[in-house]
Design a protein around this ligand. Structure first.
Ligand code: HEM
Length: 453
């Protein structure tokens, strides 16, 4: 018979709630790593137990823990998301592990790989120029976060599902706002709670997406839509490697998840890049110089291409440092498939596991002077393995990593050519809810630059 006498140190907190309230509070205070750092210091180990979001959980802190989780998918661990996320998104990629998860992910990767995504660069560039001309140009002051959120959402709707109708986009966008607030919430479906509103918003999104999908089937049959025009067409028109088509309900859930994951993370990152660039004139100047060099090699009006994006090395180091300091997703979860040994402790089978980019990225053993902005950390071979993990790792690494990179750089290129900016609220606080966002939406004063691109 198994005994678990050597389970990691820690506390189960309050009945039912466990330590969820403290965990969520450090997020809203703008320091998600604090919950973990306090416990690492208290227990003197890089693993501790807690009770979060309705589950007994072991938190693995730092590169060794990340390595264990990322390199043992389907062996010792499997992807797991809290009940709130599973209920809101429903059967889809994120609810599948093992062989089924692999097949499913491969299918989605047929669209989300570099070869396919480079074809989206001209559209990204075009949409960005239009967005800046209509939403930024002519404004002396602007609230960055809501403006960017609208832009990244429009882009995801267009590239993933060819949705361009403004009324539909704005309906979906307001549903997604409620959805986001309930994603990492305490799973209580009582009227008035964040989770309750999020469930209703998710159902409303599904109804809208079902309609878009129905219409697409008709258009595909009439050959008025192309089977390769976007991810929606791709999923409707293609079977997986076993010859199986994805059930409609899963296509809808995946589209919901992609629209969600595909815009909130990028809007948070772009907003923070804009904040950090205003605070660091030295870095701002160097990004501008790199982007100007790229434009200088192009004819006016010509869209960006893969090679241009490849040359944005310094700019990407800056974005990487922003994601190190303020990771858009502070960590994610796995489940123990077997008893797991780590640092002399045994984590029992069935426990949930949490890894944290927020904590790992601030560990001074791997990132000296972690509170200082220093993009040169990413020069050469960059930070040590598993110490910089904004996109997670292993087979469950972020599906949208390349998409996010292209989108962020295309935006930055266009923005920095057209504007300089100052923060209207210096040192505006960042809160994690659950993505990092400036408390007041980051109002900035804009100063247009002379640019005829
Ligand atoms: C800066 C932007 C982004 C960041 C920092 C980010 C981060 C993450 C992280 C940390 C995970 C969990 C990985 C793990 O558990 O190992 C994840 C998963 C995922 N992300 Fe992203 N993400 C970003 C953008 C995107 C975009 C643009 C999309 C969609 C186009 C996307 C789609 C997904 C999906 C579908 C998963 C689940 C993958 C799986 O279950 O195998 N993400 N992302």
């Amino acid at each position: 018979k198994q005994t678990h006498r050597n389970i990691p140190p820690g506390s189960s907190g309050w009945p039912i709630l466990g330590e969820s309230i403290e965990f969520l509070r450090t997020n809203s205070e703008g320091a998600p790593e604090k919950f973990i750092r306090d416990r690492v210091e208290k227990y003197g180990s890089h693993v501790f137990r807690t009770y979060l979001l309705g589950e007994p959980m072991a938190v693995l802190c730092g590169p060794a823990g990340n390595k264990l989780l990322f390199s043992n998918e389907s062996k010792k661990v499997a992807l797991w998301w809290p009940a709130s996320v599973q209920r809101l998104i429903g059967p889809s990629l994120i609810s599948k592990s093992g062989e089924e998860g692999r097949v499913h992910k491969k299918m989605l990767m047929s669209f989300f790989n570099m070869e396919e995504l480079v074809k989206c660069i001209p559209t990204m560039d075009d949409v960005t120029r239009l967005h800046l001309a209509t939403q930024w140009q002519g404004n002396e002051e602007l609230k960055v976060y809501p403006t960017i959120k609208h832009y990244t959402f429009e882009l995801a709707c267009r590239l993933f599902m060819s949705i361009t109708e403004p009324n539909l986009i704005s309906r979906l966008s307001s549903h997604f706002k409620l959805f986001l607030k309930g994603v990492i919430a305490i799973h209580l479906n009582l009227p008035g709670t964040r989770f309750y509103h999020a469930v209703r918003a998710a159902d409303a999104i599904r109804r809208e997406l079902r309609e878009v999908m129905r219409q697409r089937r008709v258009d595909l049959e009439k050959e008025e839509a192309s089977p390769t025009q976007d991810i929606l067409s791709y999923l409707l028109a293609n079977a997986d490697e076993n010859g199986k088509f994805m059930p409609e309900v899963e296509i809808i859930n995946n589209m919901l998840n992609l629209l969600f994951a595909g815009h909130d993370t990028s809007s948070s990152t772009i907003t923070l890049v804009i904040k950090y660039l205003a605070e660091q004139p030295r870095v701002h100047e160097k990004v501008l110089a790199e982007q100007r060099e790229i434009s200088a090699s192009k004819s006016p009006g010509e869209f960006l291409n893969r090679e241009d994006l490849r040359r944005m090395k310094y700019s990407w180091n800056v974005v990487s440092e922003v994601m190190r300091m303020t990771p858009p997703i502070t960590g994610s979860f796995r489940e123990a498939l077997v008893d797991i040994e780590f640092e002399g402790y045994t984590i029992p089978k069935g426990w949930k596991l949490l890894w944290s980019s927020a904590f790992t990225h601030k560990d001074p053993n791997f990132h000296p002077k972690p509170m200082e902005f220093d993009e040169s950390r990413f020069e050469g071979s960059g930070p040590p393995p598993y110490s910089y993990v904004p996109f997670g790792g292993g087979p469950r690494m972020c599906l949208g990593k390349v998409f996010a990179r292209l989108g962020i750089l295309v935006f930055l290129h266009n923005l920095i050519h057209r504007f300089d900016w100052d923060l209207s609220i210096p040192n505006e606080k960042i809160v994690f809810d659950p993505m990092p966002t400036p408390e007041n939406g980051l109002p900035v004063r804009l100063r247009p630059r002379n640019f005829s691109g």
